[in-house]
Design a protein around this ligand. Structure first.
Ligand SMILES: NC(=O)c1ccc[n+]([C@@H]2O[C@H](COP(=O)([O-])OP(=O)(O)OC[C@H]3O[C@@H](n4cnc5c(N)ncnc54)[C@H](O)[C@@H]3O)[C@@H](O)[C@H]2O)c1
Length: 416
């Protein structure tokens, strides 16, 4: 059974560590964040999809450490570090390059290295391989190298690592074969493509596809607002077409570590090839506009009730970037809260998944207390555990940015 090293024990790396450990592999997990290492050692999970009990059951197989040297014993090393953007919206490969340099110091011949972090085509071959080769070993000859994008969807239970096909591209055929054998332990189906570049781009295509379609329906929502048409009714009607249409719902904008970030990795790379990726830029622009549109909608709803945002008590319901999870990275709720505060609104929030929003000095308030106190309840993220019937009945005024109170319509509800 293989010993698997994993660099970066976050949303991607920790579930992967658990999956390999469950198959009987020894896992060496490396992270620069010593708090994560301590949590894992104590059997305390910080990722919602990984129950703490699971970590405890597997404690003899998952060895968490801050020391790269331990990776010398691994048969394969999977890199799952963040790939964010710089403040100028350019790829920030800092964490990946740091990880590559540190790994190069302990790399062994015949090891397999796989990059899982989302990135632009060319990263594995042009950026990762040369740094790893500083070890004196040659990629594709002395060690194997491949790219295989992560497709985890936090909070989802129907499609998991096991039953979601795993795309992978190796630097050589032998690299791909080694990687396929490894992933075959935890995935039912591995989809091999001819190169790391094809695998890198396939992940970006998936995310750009979502970003563009979300932008399309969001733009429609802004138009239907002016036209006085119910966008939800339109989306629902179009969704009855059994072919050639895929449903996307409008909302307050995109969040998370992926959709607002990844497409710009490709725009940046495309500029080197004298191409402007207009769909990506346009989708980004429309989606970034949504929090402003949603705040304007809330402002109008308050106005119609004879109130101004200034001084109004506004309870934001759901602040994570998507339903069922506690991740607030790039969440549109954060932008909405800042905009409402700039206008003088007194904002509180309820989110069962997010105990505090320290950047705003806010803590999660009990739902009924937040509703009773508020002039306006603003549904930003529709967690399945929230009782939206109760919200619509109990709140004085509701602006629903997710369409979850549709149909249970009462006069106090305004839909996006
Ligand atoms: N979160 C998702 O849903 C998701 C889905 C698919 C793909 N991805 C991609 O996977 C990658 C990782 O994302 P994530 O959400 O797991 O990020 P994350 O921030 O949750 O975890 C990354 C971990 O890497 C650690 N790290 C940073 N630099 C390091 C270094 N030099 N050495 C060792 N550890 C280091 C961090 O401390 C952190 O614990 C990104 O490229 C992301 O785009 C994420």
């Amino acid at each position: 059974m293989a010993t698997v090293g994993i660099i970066g024990l976050g949303y991607v790396g920790l579930p992967l560590a658990v999956a390999f450990a469950q198959e009987g592999c020894d896992v060496i997990g490396v992270d620069v964040d010593s708090r994560k290492i301590t949590s894992i050692k104590q059997g305390d999970s910080y990722i919602e999809d990984v129950p703490s009990e699971r970590l405890r059951e597997l404690s003899d197989r998952i060895h968490a450490t801050t020391r790269y040297a331990r990776l010398a014993k691994a048969d394969a090393v999977l890199i799952c570090v963040p790939t964010p953007l710089t403040p100028n919206r350019e790829p920030d490969l800092g964490p990946l390059l740091d990880a590559a340099r540190a790994l190069a110091e302990v790399l062994q011949s015949d090891q397999l290295v796989v990059l899982e972090s989302t990135t632009y085509p060319g990263t594995t071959r042009e950026r990762l391989a040369p740094l790893l080769e500083e070890s004196g070993l040659a990629a594709g000859r002395d060690f194997h190298l491949a790219f295989s994008p992560e497709r985890v969807d936090p909070g989802r239970t129907d499609y998991t690592l096991r039953n979601t096909p795993k795309v992978l591209g190796g630097l050589t055929e032998a690299c791909a074969e080694r990687a396929e054998a490894l992933y075959g332990l935890v995935c039912e189906r591995v989809v091999r493509v001819s190169s790391p570049e094809a695998a890198e781009l396939s992940k970006l295509l998936e995310n750009i596809f979502r970003s563009v379609n979300i932008a399309l329906v969001n733009e429609l929502a802004m138009l239907t607002d002016r036209m006085g048409i119910d966008v939800w009714e339109v989306v629902e009607a179009a969704s009855t077409k059994p072919y050639g249409f895929m449903r996307f719902d409008p909302g307050p904008g995109m969040g998370g570590h992926c959709l607002p970030v990844d497409p710009f990795y490709l725009s940046w790379r495309a500029r080197e090839f004298d191409m402007a990726t207009e769909f990506i830029e346009l989708a980004g622009k429309v989606n970034q506009q949504m929090p402003y549109h949603c705040v304007a909608k809330a402002q109008r709803a308050l106005n119609d009730a004879g109130l101004s945002v200034k001084g109004a008590r506004i309870a934001v319901l759901g602040v994570s970037y998507k339903a069922g999870v506690g991740d607030v990275r790039e969440s549109p709720a954060l932008k909405i809260i800042s905009l409402l505060r700039e206008l003088g609104g007194e904002v509180s929030y309820h989110d069962p998944h997010v105990p505090t929003l320290s950047e705003f000095g806010l803590v999660n308030r009990p739902l009924e207390e937040a509703l009773d106190d508020a002039d306006l309840a603003l549904i930003v993220t529709a967690h399945p555990s929230l009782d939206h019937d109760l919200i619509a009945r109990r709140a004085r005024l509701v602006v629903d940015l997710r369409g979850v109170t549709r149909g249970r319509h009462v006069g106090n509800v305004v839909l996006l």
